[in-house]
Design a binder for this molecule. Sequence first.
Ligand code: FAD
Length: 519
Amino acid sequence: MAHTCIHWFRKGLRLHDNPALMAALKDCKQLYPVFILDPSLHNNACVGINRWRFLIGALKDLDGSLRKLNSRLFVVRGKPEDVLPKLFTKWKVTRLTYEYDTEPYSLQRDSKVTSLAKERGVEVIYKVSHTLYNIERVLEENNGKPPLTYTKLQAIAKTIGPPKRPIPAPTMDDMKDVKTPSSENHEKEYGIPTLEELGLDTAPLGEDLFPGGEQEALRRLDEHMKRTKWVCSFEKPQTSPNSLSPSTTVLSPYVTFGCLSVRTFWWRLTEVYRGNKHSDPPVSLHGQLLWREFFYTASLGIPNFNKMEGNSVCTQVDWDTNPDYLAAWREARTGYPFIDAIMTQLRQEGWIHHLARHAVACFLTRGDLWISWEEGQKVFEQLLLDGDWALNAGNWQWLSASTFFHQYFRVYSPVAFGKKTDKNGDYIRKYLPLLKKFPAEYIYEPWKAPRSIQQAAGCIVGKDYPHPIVQHEVISKKNIQRMKLAYAKRSPESPSKSKGVKRKAPSIIEMIKKKAKVK
Ligand code: FAD
């Protein structure tokens, strides 16, 4: 039987390594590639303007690539469970394909859609390609439980063997018997909306530093993979949170939206490593992709993973509710230039370095402001181009010393940390131009500058730039005690209760290098 298929793009906005799309093409006479703009998912609270731009760019790129195969992308609006049954009837669909997605929201949605499809006699095929491994298989290998340490995840990955090799994008040959019926009205009915048509305020948009789309993703991947020495010697802790151009790949937005297959990324790295001495997990680039896998596995195996309550592995902490502090952090008004510069970069550009995320996450939670990691998670979800449900929740739990990492007495200084890699404060000068005339001596602590220096810099602390919102030296000590109490209240069977033991504090670099060994 020749099928009429919908391939439903959600994440996985690419043609390469897209096994579900290839499954759609098998014995297919008509193909409808569909993307659904769902108002409950695609709204301003969840998706900031930079992410919108990325998504629209990725859809345009996808449509362009489909056109080269004599096909088109159909963008429809509504809830998938309302929209898809109508399309099944309208187009006489016999098969639906999509990429498997382990987010709880997606699992629920897909289960509803699958029932609706089956009721209508529509065959449903889904394939795993958003992660290196089938996450359910990883859980099975660990007796149904998520591995709570990276070392354990590594051991499981070793048992399973290397990730599947990526498959090539479909060619004209794959499409020779396949048609995509599209009318003259296509743009009007199914075209990709502009940001303006979506009613979005584009005024805050700056330069498009990371344009969305598969072509751009593959181009960037190629660029990085040409740098053999850099790839082979990559050690995450040696990269800088505050360099003026990114010190890591910034492939994360492309991986999140699936413009780049994580398996393609993995195997390209393997090729670069071949025959060369290279760094290893957890600090290598392969190691970074395994961190992603680690958090995906945890997110599928631990109910309520994005919350504190009802999350069995998360330390229950009496976080404060303080809307003023939260707003000051979100809006880059904490009075700590390093923190405010990072939050400005995040808002303006949609990407910040991993260690910069460490600094602002620690500051918001256990370090200084004592605000729940769930609040930080929401802000990151909205502003990050790479906002990813599992990685965001997992890393916030890590940084707030709620789950996975338990050495809560190791706190990042909002002053000293940034100085290590940027003594002159050039990063602060770039993102907070108001402070750019301060001498290096005071750029991290402008409130310490004598009045005459503040005047000469054209910025008076308390008037033009805020005083520090809290006194780090004082509050961080108090917060360590509060955290100690929270740990004391944890139940004896709580995972890794015994691991929060005080030892001589090593440097941040050592700390991250040891990440893999720490529960
Ligand atoms: P590279 O160092 O070039 O790494 C290559 C790839 O490995 C990344 O693209 C990413 O897919 C993966 N990766 C790297 N570090 C991690 C990590 N710690 N955990 C999981 N995967 C990783 N990353 C997201 O993609 N989405 C998020 O929503 C997200 N939220 C975070 C929240 C906090 C509080 C923190 C501390 C980290 C968060 N991260 C998140 C992880 C990490 O910071 C980013 O993946 C990384 O900075 C992306 O930059 P890159 O592509 O240059 O990374």
